[in-house]
Design a protein around this ligand. Sequence first.
Ligand code: PLP
Length: 439
Amino acid sequence: MAPVVYPTTNLTATEQLVFERGEGIYIFDNKGKRYIEGLAGLWCTSLGYSNQEVIDAITEQLNTLPFSHTFGGKTHQPIMDLAEKIREIVPVEDAYVFFGNSGSDANDSHYKMLRYYFNAIGKPEKRKIITRERGYHGVTVAAGSLTSLPANLAHFDAPLEALSILRTASPHYYTGRRGNETEEQFVDRILEELETQIQQEGPETIAAMIIEPITGASGVIVPPNGYYEKLQAILRKHDILIWADEVICGFGRTGNDFGCTTMGIQPDLMTFAKQLSSAYFPISAAVIPGWMYEAMIEPSNQVGVFGHGFTYSGHPAACAAALKTLEIYERDNMFAHAAEVGAHLQQRLRETFESHPLVGEVRGRGLIAALELVSNKTTGASFDKGIAGATAQRACEKHGVILRAVAGNALAFCPPLIITTKQVDDMVAAVSVALDETY
Ligand code: PLP
């Protein structure tokens, strides 16, 4: 074993796959075996592994100005251009953008900017953040505490109370329904519980609710129809901001520009990373509305500085990668392509797996999906400790497809946006053989 503390890895595990190169949607290991990257790396390599235009844009930037920080009035053209571009495309009024390096740090940045903002407008008590069970928002201290997965919390002594985090139910009907509850009854129940919680806590103490439009890393959860409409009405009524974590859903993944568009959400804040640069360079963006930025100017003037920033905030090569990626999305109609191929993926998954004895639910939207593996198809009973998920993941690898078992037994699909319908068919056929073997 190399002396690496591997991230999000069972530390008793040994190194299993060593990757050497990539081409289009394929990735090759050090024995020359080819795999379809069915999870786009970690939900991020939207343009695949060999996009020469993005590589050239980064190289050109590295050859010109490989680094320049952006503290205290110093800046460079790529960061300004990228912020303008993001403002042009996001559904946030007069957007301002704070840049970082990862989805986690962008969520921490939002967390801190919310504090800064509410302190600035004289409402320091408005500081609590609502997050959902099964939400995934990263692993840094604030983002990791907003995440609700046990492995990301246990043994880290997350200071949840100090961070003022409130949790509410996940909108996953399949695993969360009670008895014969209809989808509508399920939605009404969990939202009633939420509203009661808001009233008990005091809406004046709650700043925002963070949501992934479609929850990704904890199992690709698409909330039932009507959920977001009712949720937004409650949040607006109580003056609670809507913070959309689009780290996975952003930029075409769900078949539209943003997950918010697909799910009918009007966000106040947005978080981006991953597909923002198609993972060719680490970059994240925490987007806030103009009215929030303006309110932060005066206190910054008093303190002398807005005291938050990373050495690599708006790294020029990262901005160049993101600018080129966004240009390609637009020029090549990538989101329309994702919608078309995504509809095909959803149809093929349903046709192939809905009646499979191991699959309790097939779910997803656009080019993101999951199969819920169950030990009893009738009751939906789950396998213990994610054994089926891990076994199925390995079987898929044997048959040349990289997928990821998440939240135990959900087998997640999130291929590069450039995948074709033929490649979707190849992937589904290989996974079908793998699941038959797992069963
Ligand atoms: N938010 C969401 C919705 C994510 O899915 C992830 C990562 O998967 C993050 C935040 C954290 O991003 P990063 O791993 O870049 O810190």
